[in-house]
Design a protein around this ligand. Structure first.
Ligand code: 3HC
Ligand code: NAI
Length: 695
């Protein structure tokens, strides 16, 4: 027990060091250990003050999320078991000081707020991120934080989950002091100076709470409903913080615990908690886990268009110097101007200081030749989506790059093996499919060709993490994971329009379901010409039927989507979508050519028709081994296509609806269920229970 919460002494000050790697989560074994240490110090007459500090890289990253997952799966009380311990700390007759480095998040901040004082190093952060897991602070956060930082700030922190820096936390009253130099020594000195002052209980500070206008809570509810459409946790947060103004502390705390349980056992928390672990699980590639990872000190990008420019920014943002090559000076100037404009807008929005923006721009070196490409450890090609053009570039790269350099392509559809065949080093060739805008979107599909070595793969996976991306391994099949699965759903969304729904009804149903944007509006954003090219590559490689679609007719009418001002919708100068009678006429003609008598669709059927074919295609990817796990597919859709995280991704959503139901609906829509789906439905199992390397 002693090691989890070991005690050391510095004169009259005792220091409890919480040592529960990797992030000192408040796990079941830690709580009694901490309780025991506090109890023994309460009784020790020589100890006059107590410092609580974390060992390793951080203070406390919160309650144990794995424990919550187990409670959801196996049942349990839904009680994190923290309140009695925090009450004990708060009632301790000796001043207790939390000494924070790294992060004090969730239960970690709640513990710190139950202490009588809080000090931190300048680089620390504090926050209540529970809402991102579909939860609310469940151990006093909604009661103590408003008392320390005020209601508006508590609402902001707890409804968004955004952390605060140490300096902000100091000015908000969450921290009492920033410690320069050694944290332990500084905290001990701070504690010694507080011995005469004695304990100071946060929950007793009530005066800040009385006169708050109820309109603040209504505004917070409105904001949350808009920002976090369909989500329950942010609303529960507001309710619980409002309770701080109308209930005595202990009653409000008991109500917080009830609301916490309500959130914890909701499907949304289940999906979001699974997503938290999913984001980390996708990095684990069992068959390559021991492969050495090469250092990436310098990178190069070929093509400074939409994607190349964004990729160069993503590299520069991670501090990696990058050579950016274009075919001619005019294209290079255009690309650099866009990069400068993007950084400029980040500065004007206050996201970046001018100084940092300039440092990043300085990391990008524009070039017109491959002369300096020998400096690059990783080269990413982002030229036009054309196999011949890309192969010509790879032939040049093969000559220009060092033997140990990795050559990556940003192709969204082309065959990695074919591109690799243009080089003498197919083991070093790999796909890095960034999503647009590449410096913002977190998804990165890493596509492994037949010859790609494990070292190439793991180096690129590690680089993805460095860039702040969620890198997911995909097999080298047509469309990889993202486009192959998306276009299966997109095809069906169009079919619903063919059969009678309006484009607006389709997009509205899926927007209301929680997608960032309906699929037809998404196609307008991608560009209907780009969609057609992807679909024809999928058809060429046999994973999508070839047929005349409404989008082909829209293209014939010169409607290429947002970029041409018209696609499924007509766009005004602010890019707002409006309905267009010409589209109705095109749809009517198309229906007539197919002899279709239009009928109505409910929003529920539209959702099923879009999602289940995607699930079916996802099942095929798993069957073929082109995706490692269902969660990999889900992460691609959450982080690449704006699929609602609180629904867990298409595969998780299908699991939650029950695979026998999904199978039945697919048959009703005229789709042949994938073998894996058939089998799992028959066995009453879920996608979440299989992985290609373990099924
Ligand atoms: N519980 C259980 N495991 C946790 C955890 C937690 N609270 N926080 C992190 N971990 C695990 C991760 O799963 C990961 O495990 P792995 O190595 O096996 O994949 C490991 O710790 C390291 O985490 P990261 O890879 O995320 O490490 P980073 O250094 O990149 O980030 C961090 C550190 C900022 C602390 C980040 O882990 C984080 O944001 N953690 C979650 C914080 C959080 O949401 N806290 C609230 C929990 S809910 C709660 O407290 C309820 C309370 O109100 C009652
Ligand atoms: P783009 O047309 O904006 O940019 C391509 C750039 O490559 C042009 O600036 C062109 O001058 C340059 N180029 C062509 N040949 C070159 C050469 N030999 N050397 C140096 N530069 C050369 O195209 P975009 O949209 O950036 O696409 C690039 C790649 O990214 C394509 O493979 C595309 O499929 C893929 N992709 C595109 C996405 C998007 O949303 N635009 C999303 C994901 C992938």
């Amino acid at each position: 027990m002693a090691e989890l919460a070991g005690i050391s002494r510095d004169g009259a000050v005792a220091v409890i060091t919480i040592d529960n790697p990797p992030v000192n989560a408040l796990s079941v074994p830690l709580l009694p250990a901490l309780n025991h240490s506090i109890g023994s110090l309460e009784e020790s007459p020589e100890v006059k003050a107590i410092v609580l500090i974390g060992a390793g890289r951080t203070f406390i990253a919160g309650a144990d999320i794995r424990g919550f997952q187990d409670m959801i799966e196996a049942g349990g009380s839904g009680d994190p078991g923290l309140n009695p311990l925090f009450e004990r700390i708060e009632n301790c007759p000796k001043p207790v000081i939390a000494a924070i480095h790294g992060s004090a998040l969730g239960g970690g901040l709640e513990l710190a707020m139950a202490c009588h004082y809080r000090v931190a190093v300048a680089g620390a952060q504090v926050g209540q991120p529970e809402v991102k897991l579909g939860l609310l602070p469940g151990a006093g956060g909604t009661q103590r934080l408003p008392r320390l930082a005020g209601i508006p700030e508590a609402l902001a922190m707890c409804t968004t989950g955004a952390p605060r820096s140490a300096s902000d936390a100091l000015s908000l009253g969450i921290l009492d002091q920033i410690i320069d130099g050694d944290l332990r020594a500084g905290a001990v000195t701070f504690a010694r100076d507080r011995i005469a002052d004695g304990p100071r209980r946060t929950c007793a500070i009530r005066d800040k709470l009385v006169s708050i206008d109820a309109a603040v809570f209504n505004a917070a509810r409105r904001d949350a409903a808009k920002r976090d459409r369909n989500q329950i946790a942010p609303l529960l947060v507001v309710e619980s913080i409002e309770n701080a103004t109308r209930l005595p502390f202990n009653e409000a705390l008991a109500r917080e615990a009830e609301l916490f349980r309500q959130a914890l056992f909701s499907p949304q928390a289940k999906a979001l908690i699974r997503g938290f672990f999913g984001e980390r699980e996708v990095a684990r590639i069992p068959f390559a886990k021991d492969a050495p990872v090469l250092p990436v000190r310098t990178a190069a990008v070929v093509g400074a268009g939409t994607m190349g420019g964004g990729i160069a920014m993503a590299l520069a943002n991670a501090g990696i110097p990058v050579l950016l090559r274009e075919a001619d000076q005019a294209a290079l100037d255009r690309g650099l101007n866009t990069i400068r404009r993007n950084y400029g807008s980040a500065v004007s929005k206050g996201r970046l200081t001018r100084e940092v923006a300039d440092q990043r721009i300085a990391l990008i070196t524009p070039v017109l030749s491959y002369d300096r490409f020998r400096e690059a450890d990783l080269i990413i090609e982002a030229v036009f989506e054309n196999a011949a053009v890309k192969k010509a570039v790879f032939e040049e790269l093969d000559r220009a790059a060092r033997a140990d350099a990795i050559l990556a392509t940003n192709t969204s559809t082309l065959d990695i093996d074919e591109i690799a065949s243009a080089t003498s080093r197919p083991a070093s060739v790999i796909g890095m499919h960034f999503f647009s805008p590449a410096h913002i979107m977190r998804m990165l599909e890493v596509v492994r060709g037949r010859a790609t070595s494990d070292t190439t793969l793991m180096t690129v996976m590690a680089t993805g993490k460095r860039l702040g991306k969620i890198a997911v391994l995909a097999g080298n099949c047509a469309g990889f994971i993202a486009n192959r699965v998306y276009f299966a759903g997109q095809r069906e969304a169009e079919r619903v329009v063919e059969l009678g729904a309006t484009p607006q009804a389709v997009d509205a149903a899926l927007f209301d379901f929680g997608l960032a944007m309906g699929p037809l509006a998404t196609d307008d954003l991608i560009g209907l010409d780009v969609c057609r090219d992807i679909r024809s590559e999928l058809s060429r490689r046999g994973t999508l039927a070839t047929e005349m679609m409404i989008e082909d007719r829209l293209l014939e009418a010169g409607r290429r989507g947002q970029k041409s001002g018209a696609g499924w919708y007509r766009y005004d100068e602010n890019r707002r979508a409006n309905t267009d009678p010409e589209v109705d006429r095109i749809i009517d003609d198309h229906r007539r050519s197919l002899g279709i008598n239009p009928r109505e669709f409910t929003p529920d059927e539209i959702v099923e028709r879009f999602i289940y074919p995607m699930v079916n295609e996802g099942a095929r990817l798993l069957e073929e081994g082109h995706a490692l796990r269902a969660v990999d597919i889900d992460m691609v859709f959450i982080h690449g296509f704006g699929f609602p995280a609180y629904r867990g991704g298409p595969m998780f959503y299908a699991d939650s609806m029950g695979l026998p139901h999904v199978r039945e609906r697919l048959l009703a829509f005229g789709h042949q269920p994938a073998q894996l789906l058939d089998r799992l439905a028959g066995e009453k199992r879920a996608f979440n229970s299989v992985g290609t390397y373990q099924n």
